[in-house]
Design a protein around this ligand. Structure first.
Ligand code: MTE
Ligand code: MO
Length: 408
């Protein structure tokens, strides 16, 4: 397929760079919420191995195999929406193609790494993993084919939970190779019922914010599983396997599982827990660093809130006295359109930004916590949700502000 391996695609304005090999980076928190849709350059990058280079796009294809009657090779021209002039050219040079076999969908969805806010969790007790601050999350418009449409091409109807030959899960296998898989490819799976449900909006995406995906984010084709931790949205797709049991890969079975605080590396039994899929309700203050010096007076506090499984954000509460009393912040997505939970004008897989202006006369701790449409609330203390892999830190987000009265 003509694949080279390199560690990074573009030069990035991303300041917080946690490592070049593999390449992991996140933007400063203040830049993160300057727009509803996160620009590609400011979107966090999470890789477990070197970033593959796919340069022969004509020959790039994915194999759909496993417990199905009609395995199929799918080329980019089969999944993506080619403009007519390109199609005419492709036909002229002798490839036959089925134009617009699969309609294109744009889905606005966040990706959030399960390790977002891990550094704060490691302050309680040591955890293993990339030391993310609060910006291992981004909100993008993903353009691509629905996986439910793709699976129909291999004879699996919409809303199927099991194929005739017993397939119940859809495994995504990547081109990249990582050490955790002993040099094998990165992989993950989702239930077939989710994959074949058009409402779940699972995409084989070839565009991000209206541009072709770049290499960092999975060029030429990646999976987007909305509402689920980022680890399941496999980049640089190589094959799709319909399998009976969930994927047995490292990142499903020996990582990205949530353990109770009593489990540590000396007593862990990975088989006792399920792979994490949905993420819980989260909110983060992005307009203030921890610790931030300010002058006394009015400040605007802003940040993001998001929940998994398509649950919207019912409320964001902000406290300016360390969590004793709370005031409700305003919520918004697109400018000019009010955010209404569960309404068709809202993006159900996206984040909700929040904002509130408050008066801060003296030094204090500012806190944010969100409530989702299932009335789930963020836990108060990180200690209570500590887990050895440092995932899903969704505890109340706290920042210290120091108010100085002179020489500021
Ligand atoms: N092939 C492949 N897919 C992958 C990964 C990877 O290392 N290799 N990392 C996963 C993880 S843990 C996350 S959080 C997201 C990050 O996507 P991004 O780099 O586009 O932000 O991709 C997921 N998909
Ligand atoms: Mo991740």
């Amino acid at each position: 397929m003509g694949i080279q391996i390199a560690y990074q695609d573009v030069s990035l304005p991303i300041e917080l760079n946690w490592g070049m090999e593999p390449f992991n980076a996140e933007p400063p928190r203040s830049a993160l919420v300057s727009s509803y849709v996160t620009p590609v350059d400011l979107f966090y990058k999470r890789n477990h191995g070197p970033i593959p280079v796919v340069d022969d796009i004509e020959r790039y294809c994915i194999n759909i195999t496993g417990l199905i009657e009609t395995p199929k090779k799918l080329y980019m021209r089969d999944v993506s929406f080619f403009p007519d002039f390109i199609l005419q050219y492709v036909n002229l040079v002798g490839f036959s193609t089925t134009n617009r076999m699969l309609p294109k969908f744009n889905v606005t969805a966040i990706l959030q790494c399960a390790g977002n806010r891990r550094t704060a969790m490691s302050k309680t007790r040591k955890v293993r993993g990339v030391g993310w601050d609060v910006s291992a999350i981004g909100n993008a418009v993903w353009g691509g084919a629905k996986l439910a449409d793709v699976l129909e091409l291999v004879g699996i109807p919409k809303l199927t939970s099991s194929t005739r030959s017993g397939g119940k899960h859809v495994e995504f296998v990547s081109i990249d190779k990582c050490k955790e898989e002993n040099g094998g490819p990165y992989k993950a799976s989702i239930p077939l019922s989710q994959a074949t449900n058009p409402e779940a909006d699972v995409l084989l995406a070839y565009e991000m914010n209206g541009e072709p995906l770049n290499r960092d984010h999975g060029y030429p084709l990646r999976v987007i599983v909305p509402g689920v931790i980022g680890a399941r949205s496999v980049k640089w797709l190589d094959s799709i396997n319909i399998i009976a049991e969930e994927c047995q890969g490292f990142f499903m079975q020996k990582d990205y599982k949530m353990f109770p605080p009593s489990v540590d590396w000396d007593n862990i039994d990975w088989s006792t827990r399920r792979p994490q899929m949905d993420f819980p309700v989260q909110s983060v203050i992005c307009s203030l660093e921890d610790v931030q010096s300010i002058k006394p007076g009015k400040i605007t506090i802003s940040g993001y809130a998001a929940s998994g499984g398509g649950r919207g954000i019912e409320r964001v509460d902000v406290s300016i006295d360390g969590g004793k009393t709370w005031i409700e912040a305003s919520r918004f997505q697109k400018t000019g359109i009010p955010y209404i939970l569960d309404h068709e004008s809202s993006d159900k897989w996206a984040w909700v930004l929040f904002k509130i202006t408050v008066d801060i006369p003296r030094s204090t701790q500012i806190v944010a916590k969100a409530v989702d449409s299932g009335a789930n609330v963020q836990p108060e203390n990180v200690q209570d949700i500590w887990n050895l892999r440092g995932i899903l830190n969704t505890s109340w987000h706290r920042v210290e502000v120091r108010v100085g009265h002179s020489n500021m």
